[in-house]
Structures are given as C-alpha cells and as structure tokens.
Design a protein around this ligand. Structure first.
Ligand SMILES: *Cc1c(COP(=O)(O)O)cnc(C)c1O
Length: 435
C-alpha cells in the first residue's frame, strides 16, 4: 500500500500535486511520502507483534536525513554499513546505541567511530575483522559487542547481484565454521558476544527462503544461547515489494484481486511464517528491512525532453538518467512509468524510455507500453524510494537529483539539487599544469 494516486487527473503524493513539485523544484527529483513509510513500518511491526522485535532500517536503501529522522521518530533503529551512514544517523538524531554495524570491509576509523558511538552490535563478517575490532576496542579501553554473520547457504531466488546468503557470496561465515568463529571470539578479551546475524538477500518475493534459512540456523542459534548467553538474533532484511503494477498495488482492491498463492509477499505472511519459529527462542529479534520500508514510498519525477521517432522504434528521452536511478542499468530492474497528468484519451505507445547519458545501458525500459506522452510532459518512475538516490552518481557531470519530502499537504526540499560549483568544489588544477 502507498499514497501515490490520482486526484482528478493529477498524480499526487499524499495531498501534494506532483506537477506543483516539478514547477517549484524542477526535475529530476525524488519525492517521498512520509505516510507510506509510517504505514510500512507500523504494518511490519504489527506483523511480528508476537516477538520482542526491533526494526533496524537499512540506511543504504535511503539515507536522506529527513527519512532517517522520520524513522527515528517512528521508533526505528538503524542497520549501518559505513561510518558515513553512522554519521548520518547521528546527524538525523537517531539512536546509534540501538543500531547495528554490518559490512565486510570496516576500516579502523569506522570501527573507532562505532565504538565511540556505542553501537548495539558489530555484525562481523570474518575472523580477521573480529581480531581488528578486538584490538581497537582494547586501545579505547572498551568491550565491543558483536554478532557473527552466518552465511546459511540458501538460495534466496532473487537477482544474482542481490543474493547474499549463498556460500559463493562474500558475506558472512559459513554455518559449519561459525562455531569455531564464536569460540575464537570468546577468547578475545575486548569482545562481548551479544548476538547472531544473517541476511540472505534482497527483493525476496516468497517466504520460503526466509523460513529455510531460519530453520537451518535455528539449532545453532539455540546452542549459542546456551553457550554464550546471546541476547539477540538478527534475521536481516530482504522483504520484496511490488514493482510491476506499482501504482495499482497501492490499493487494497489490487491485492484482493491477486489469485491466492500468487499474492506478493506481505509482512503478515512473513510474520506468520517466522513468529512460530522464532518465538520459542525468547531472544530479541532484529529485523533489517530497507526496500520494504521505503521502496514504494518514493518516486522519481522526471520530464520528457524529446520524443524521437526512429526506424521502427520510438524513444522517449527523459531528463532523468541512469546516474539518477541506477537500478534498471545495474539489476535489469523494472520501474513502472506513469504520466503525472492522466488523460483518458491518451493512446497507447510502445517506446524505449531512456536518459541522456552516453551509454546504451542508460535505458529505463525497452519496448514498454505506456500512455502516449509528449515533449515537456511530466512522468514518474514508481517504487524508486529504495536504492534510488543513494545509488545516484554524477556520471556525465550531471548534478545529483533533488529530494522532496511530503507529509499530508506539506512538502519541503530535503536535499537541494547540486550546483555545478558544489560538484567541482573538491577539484583543482595543479600548479604544474598551469605553466
Ligand atoms: C542491504 C542489507 C539489508 C537490507 O536489505 P533490503 O533488501 O533492502 O531489505 C539488510 N541487512 C544487511 C546486512 C544488508 O546488507
């Protein structure tokens, strides 16, 4: 469910006309809906009400300060993958002491920063990292709370680039070596064993792989509880969202119309499957959802620059490009495209939706059936709230897009469009080239 819908013929984010946003703040611009985020958060929390659960929003999905503050206000903690994200959480007023720090390549500086901030748990991905954390904690006269990330070797049945829980992925420690890793951790004087973690992948659309992974590690988790008195089990993130039919899926009627057994994964189904498995442990359960919480809460607002009618192909050339929204180029991701002004009379048009970047990969959709749209008109890519702006780059010296936050009828720019000056602020021409 989400709060992007037509009011009359104008596409709105909650109570805000997206044409007004474009008029005031230009395009391409990401627009986020506060109510959608809040609904997603509360719905997920309610689905796991039978557990002592803490939701740690995975910041890498959307790390805008306004979004982070909104989550902090809702009561969320955070899943961090860099020192930069930790600093963002602190800048947004989030609780670092309830948050967890993941990632395979934590640097000395990042580990020190996290120790200083007193994070709830370091999610350790290798033996050398464990030693490094122990060493740095000792230097600071602290004990570092850790959980080891277990790689359960299950197939998440998602895109290869977002599968993380197979043994060939770089993440975590295989289940069969995990006991030895914990035994090694127990010997380190500046390490406190606090939990256990796993995360098998992203955009999972079925509950099966989650259940399989939990069932696989459950005996080991119980053993850790007996041996080390761990306090928590983080089951990671990965709950998928609806990308196809993204506009319609905001309505309950759409969900009701999906055939039984083919309904996309809901938080209720996730909660119903996992609660009976996890509740008997009596542990605190951490969840690290990113995409589920913000994916359908954001759109990328863009304007048509040209409609180029080629030889047997029509190209709709937009002012947004792969540098603004990388997912189609990177993961062959599907984003639904809809016009901001709906007209009942619009004929259908088969087109490639492309950006202006000089790469053939700068293509949002190939041979897509859309409603006819002309030069200067506005459209949006739906479901762009996760891994959208956080993956944006300046490729082709294109400024990072602006971000706008909507709540009810209020909206504000929460990240201004970059200027040319800020883009080149760190660059210089060395003196020896000037002679
Ligand atoms: C990326 C990531 C997540 C979030 O994944 P989603 O699919 O966005 O829910 C959670 N935990 C870890 C360790 C991650 O790397």
């Amino acid at each position: 469910m989400h709060h992007f819908h037509y009011v009359g013929n104008q596409l709105h984010a909650e109570g805000v006309d997206l044409a007004a946003v474009a008029r005031l703040h230009g395009t391409p611009t990401y627009v986020y809906s506060a109510q959608t985020i809040a609904d997603n958060y509360r719905r997920l929390a309610a689905s796991l009400a039978g557990l002592d659960v803490r939701i740690c929003f995975a910041c890498k999905a959307n790390s805008n300060l306004a979004v982070l503050r909104h989550f902090a206000n809702l009561g969320a903690a955070f899943d961090l993958v860099s020192g930069g994200e930790l600093r963002r959480v602190l800048a947004a007023g989030g609780r670092a002491e309830d948050s967890v720090f993941a990632g395979v390549g934590k640097t000395d500086a990042e580990i020190r920063l996290a120790l200083g901030a007193g994070v709830y748990g370091f999610h350790v991905e290798s033996e050398p990292e464990l030693e490094r954390i122990n060493h740095l904690a000792g230097q600071l006269g602290k004990k570092a709370p850790i959980a080891i990330r277990i790689n359960p070797d299950v197939d998440a049945k998602t895109h290869a680039k977002i599968t993380t829980g197979k043994s060939e992925n770089k993440f975590g420690i295989p289940l069969k070596y995990a006991a030895a890793a914990y035994a090694a951790a127990a010997k380190l004087p500046h390490i406190e064993i606090r939990g256990v973690q796993m995360h098998i992948g992203s955009q999972l659309t079925k509950v099966g792989p989650f259940v399989e992974a939990v069932e696989k590690v459950l005996p080991f988790v119980a053993e850790l509880q007996r041996t080390y008195g761990i306090r928590y089990f983080s089951v990671g993130g990965g709950i998928g969202i609806v990308y196809q039919d993204a506009l319609a899926s905001g309505q309950q009627a759409w969900w009701d119309a999906q055939p039984e057994g083919e309904r996309p994964l809901t938080p209720e189904a996730y909660g119903a499957a996992l609660t009976p498995l996890l509740a008997p442990l009596g542990l605190k359960i951490l969840l690290e959802p990113g995409r589920f919480l913000v994916g359908n809460a954001g759109v990328l607002l863009t304007r048509v620059e040209y409609v180029k009618r080629g030889h047997g192909k029509t190209f709709v050339i937009l002012d947004a490009a792969m540098n603004d929204l990388a997912r189609p180029a990177m993961y062959d991701a599907y984003h639904e495209f809809v016009p901001v002004v709906r007209e009942t009379e619009r004929p259908a048009l088969k087109a490639d939706l492309v950006g202006p970047v000089c790469e053939s990969g700068d293509c949002f959709a190939k041979d897509r059936m859309i409603q006819e749209i002309g030069e200067g008109e506005l459209g949006v890519f739906m479901s762009a709230g996760a891994y959208g702006h956080t993956m944006a780059s300046r490729y082709n010296t294109r400024a990072l897009p602006a971000e706008v936050f909507v709540s009810g009828t209020r909206f504000e720019v929460v990240n201004v469009r970059e200027t040319f000056e800020t883009m080149i602020a760190g660059e210089k021409i060395p003196g020896f080239l000037k002679a």
